[in-house]
Design a protein around this ligand. Structure first.
Ligand code: AMP
Ligand code: ZN
Length: 471
């Protein structure tokens, strides 16, 4: 499989450290509010990546953190802790907020058919691991104490800006625009590993540490949770593009300083979902959640389909018009699959056809996870000259990765179309009509069709046999 690697800015062949095995890490949500559908775009595409790696035969172990402490309102170590803000907003404790929104996150993931990672680790459960790594970083000379906080010293690294050719001047602009400068830092890019009470007294959750009572910075949690569960060598690390700097840059700095060698080979970043007015937000404009889409009558899988129709490395604009187009396409697709499901004679699975048609799907996914071409490969299956059994086998095979519930949705569609149990009287008329058609008595067949219609049912001959639907 070829995949774009943000670290090298190239599409590369994916070769894991250990043959047949993939160590995969995903930055989890900050559980201070519901996830918006932009956040969920990232998790959908990461889910597709994981499932495709499994489809490709790899044994994947995927780990995700839950940020329930330490992510400040600015990614640059300033402002309130987002969790504390959430608790104040809802007059609850931080842990109540964390529990509620962690559950809400996984509920949304469930509705979108996003598999739960093999390991899910809340940051507050791993404080001892953070302290161990921070202590080692101080010992190795990569971290220092200043004004009550522990900072990572970025000047100790040969190449801190591993993803970009940033210059200190570029970053200064950012500092001037948004955030007041932290005078404790030796270098502008240094970042906090551990805050103590001396700086943020309002923090609700605090732990004892060798440097005083306090709480961890945001970045350290991902390095530690990854290394604890996946070891010293990580194959692939995922997140949204906004995580590249400073979060992932800082993760690499800490992890490699601690380990003394390269940590992660491939960096997979999903581009943003935007609205017409720009960046998606939880505080401005309509707060777009899965529940909101459901309340407007959209099945969450339509949103998943919408995401899969475009490439993860392109930003995507969300409008209801675009979602309606995806809905129409998804429903049409399900309608076509339902014709295969209801076919009376499905034939056998023809393995040559199966293997031939699989190639299009595999080629699309192998080329930097091109899900939109993979969906084209699905349409190619529907158009192909082969048996319904072969087509259904392929649809189910592709759906191991796409997770659009294609067959189940087609079955549901047929059930709904049937409108429950068809009355005996209608079934008897349908049988009579079949005999009339066999005898080429079309006038009688038409008369019977009208009588069936008068009872509220439509009858139609299709290639798959007689179809009865509610009018
Ligand atoms: P957060 O809960 O803020 O830590 O973000 C969770 C995930 O969503 C991270 O991987 C972010 O990079 C990603 N993310 C944030 N905003 C967007 C967006 N508009 N579109 C896609 N992914 C996003
Ligand atoms: Zn992270």
């Amino acid at each position: 499989m070829n995949i774009y690697n943000t670290l090298t800015h190239r599409i590369e062949e994916f070769i894991p450290n250990e043959e047949g095995k993939v160590a995969m890490y995903t930055c989890g949500p900050t559980v201070y509010h519901y996830a918006h559908i932009g956040n969920l775009r990232s998790y959908i595409m990461e889910d597709v990546l994981e499932k495709y790696l499994r489809y490709d035969g790899y044994n994947v172990k995927r780990v995700m953190n839950i940020t329930d402490v330490g992510h400040l309102t600015s990614d640059g170590d300033t402002g309130d802790d987002k969790m504390l803000k959430g608790a104040k907003r809802e007059h609850k404790t931080v842990m109540e907020i964390a529990k509620f929104y962690t559950d809400a996150f996984f509920e949304d993931c469930g509705k979108l058919n996003i598999k739960t990672p093999d390991v899910v680790a809340p940051a507050t459960q791993c404080i001892g691991d953070f302290i161990k790594v921070i202590s080692a970083l101080i010992e190795k000379g990569f971290a220092y104490e200043s004004g009550g906080n522990i900072y990572f010293d970025t000047s100790k690294l040969e190449d801190y800006y591993v993803f970009h050719n940033f210059s200190e001047e570029d970053l200064e602009v950012g500092v001037r625009e948004g955030v007041e400068e932290d005078t404790n830092k030796k270098n502008k890019a240094d970042f906090v590993l551990w805050f103590t009470k001396s700086k943020f007294d309002s923090q609700e959750l605090k732990w004892d540490s060798p440097w005083g009572v306090g709480y961890p910075g945001w970045h350290i949690e991902c390095s530690c949770i990854s290394m604890k569960n996946l070891g010293e060598y990580l194959d692939i690390h995922c997140g949204g593009v906004d995580n590249i700097f400073p979060h992932h840059t800082n993760e690499i700095a800490q992890s490699e300083a601690y380990l003394g060698h390269k940590w992660c080979n491939y960096w997979f970043h999903v581009h943003h979902l935007n609205t017409n007015s720009g960046k998606m937000s939880k505080s401005k404009g309509e707060f777009l959640t899965v529940s909101l889409l459901e309340s407007k009558g959209y099945d969450p899988l339509i949103y998943r389909f919408f995401c899969l129709q475009s490439h993860y490395r392109k930003s995507l604009v969300f409008t209801y018009e675009n979602l309606d187009n995806a809905k129409a396409a998804y429903e049409k697709l399900i309608g076509r699959i339902s014709a295969l499901v209801s076919a009376e004679d499905k034939g056998d699975v023809i393995s040559d056809d199966l293997e031939g048609l699989k190639k299009g799907f595999i080629a699309a996914m192998n080329e930097d996870l091109n899900t939109s071409n993979a969906i084209t490969a699905l349409y190619d299956v529907l158009k192909a000259d082969t048996t319904p059994a072969t087509k259904l086998a392929l649809i189910e095979d592709f759906d191991r990765v796409l997770s659009l519930d294609l067959k189940a949705a087609a079955e549901r569609y047929l059930e709904e179309k049937k409108g429950g149990d068809i009355p005996q009287e209608v079934l008897a008329l349908v049988e009579e009509r079949k005999s009339a058609r066999k005898a080429k008595d079309f006038a009688r067949a038409d008369e019977l069709r009208d009588r069936i219609a008068a009872l509220g049912y439509a009858v139609k001959e299709t290639r798959q046999g007689t179809e009865i639907t509610k009018l």
